[in-house]
Ligand binder design. Structure first.
Ligand code: PLP
Length: 435
């Protein structure tokens, strides 16, 4: 079959048999990707794109990192699968690699198969540990597509799925579209914390098991919290005996230029959820990193949760190889430097030229551009404009991540200076063509 025929066959099979996430099936036209290396992906015909989406913001180490691919192959030869009730060497090593990166006082990891079930099980642990029921989470958040995680989510995806109980939402800090009439990060932080205190009081502190927060809300808009906000949430959680769960599924493992996004925010949570960047999604896995007091709750009491593929050896092997490669190759440092010296400045230059870019915000390889119809009123552009922009970027050789009125600039942590310069030129040309 010719390469062009392979692309056609891939589209044909997909349209005939594959049911896609979050979509009206008759209205989509997914494009084929046949391979990838680093920041680049290609179709069967050899058309190449710079992947500035990292797929679903998960390929932090880049596509097809040789050490991670080799580790999966090696483990496949040794033992492809084994029940979670067994002790398995590579599973133990993966858990140890992760707890070595976590703050002191986190010795245990519960492995799941992705981010949603990580949050699901963190919520379960918090409820059983406190004997309380309610979970507070932000409007403008995404926590995954399962029972409690989707109801904890703060966007439209919750509405058709509200079958779990005990969930309450509050507004978090987002200065560009402040819910608190704030004009400075300090005001936004203070007022957002006051609002959260009032929600806790109004809901009844003794009914609240957990506050669940993305450290940096990702799909909801990459809002880096103002200084003091997360420490303030920690203080409220302590005051009222509430478990603090930080969702690091998207923000963790390098995206912000740190192993965990919460480093640098003077906060230590009680439970940390992770997935995506821990092994860049080479094999599905996620999990909960559990602080010692919560882990101790289940020393003599059964933890009522489990998954057939918890701690799957292929995934565990890919975690060990990913963390080792990220450490040895300075990949976290690269993400931090790129953000500070190349990508951040490049995006700010774009915003000076294109007035439709209302705000540039982010850090590391985790950036959002607010595309607005009017820079004064900050009115968002409608979905058709963002759709046209995404299509134009695709035509010009860049895979973009968009959400609502925003373009999220989220390449792998391994992205090079040259790739960023090329991408900035592509964004510039696409903005000129569409806006
Ligand atoms: N939490 C956050 C912050 C996410 O961004 C995501 C996925 O995008 C999830 C949880 C859910 O992860 P998964 O899709 O692996 O279940």
């Amino acid at each position: 079959m010719s390469t062009t025929d392979l692309d056609a066959r891939t589209r044909e099979l997909d349209r005939a048999h594959v049911f896609h996430s979050w979509s009206a099936q008759g209205r989509i036209d997914p494009f084929p990707i046949a391979g990838g290396q680093g920041t680049v992906v290609w179709d069967h015909a050899g058309t190449r794109w710079l992947d500035f989406s990292s797929q679903l913001v998960n390929v932090n180490i880049g596509h097809q990192h040789p050490a991670v691919v080799a580790a999966i192959k090696e483990q496949a030869d040794l033992l492809t699968t084994i029940a979670p009730s067994t002790a398995n060497l590579v599973r133990g090593l993966a858990a140890q690699r992760i707890t070595d990166l976590a703050p002191d006082g986190f010795a245990k990891v519960f492995f799941t198969t992705g981010g949603a079930d990580a949050n699901e099980n963190a919520i379960r642990m918090a409820r059983l540990h406190t004997g309380r029921d309610k979970v507070l989470s932000r409007y403008r958040s995404y926590h995954g597509n399962t029972g409690a995680a989707i109801v904890a989510t703060g966007d439209w995806r919750r509405f058709p799925n509200e079958y779990a109980r005990g969930h309450v939402h509050f507004f978090g800090p987002y200065l560009y579209r402040s819910e608190f009439w704030a004009g400075t990060p300090e005001e936004e932080c203070e007022r957002a914390l006051h609002h959260l205190r009032r929600v806790i009081q109004a809901e009844g502190p003794s009914t609240i098991a957990a506050i669940l927060l993305e450290t940096v809300p990702g799909t909801a808009g990459i809002m880096v919290p103002p200084p003091g906000y997360l420490a303030g949430v920690r203080a409220l959680a302590d005051e009222f005996g509430i478990v603090l769960i930080l969702d690091e599924v998207m923000a963790g493992f390098g995206r912000t230029g740190r192993w965990f996004a919460f480093e640098g925010h003077a906060v230590v949570p009680d439970l940390i959820t992770f997935a995506k960047g821990v092994n860049s999604g080479y094999v599905p896995i996620g999990g909960v990193i559990i602080s010692d007091p919560i882990a101790a709750t289940f020393d003599d009491r059964v933890f009522p949760g489990g998954l057939t593929y918890s701690g799957h050896p292929l995934a565990a092997a890919s975690i060990v190889a990913t963390i080792d490669a990220m450490t040895e190759e300075g990949i976290i440092e690269n993400a931090r430097r790129i953000g500070a010296d190349v990508l951040g400045p490049g995006l700010r230059t774009l915003a000076e030229k294109h007035t439709a870019i209302g705000e540039v915000r982010g850090e590391g390889v985790f950036w959002a551009l607010e595309i607005v119809a009017d820079p004064v009123t900050r009115e968002p552009v409608d979905a058709a404009v963002v759709g046209a922009l995404k299509a134009e970027l695709h035509r010009r050789g860049l895979l973009a991540f968009t959400s609502e009125n925003r373009v999220h600039v989220v390449p792998p942590c391994t992205v090079t200076d040259d790739e960023v310069h090329t991408a900035i030129e592509i964004y510039d040309a696409a903005f000129t063509a569409v806006l």
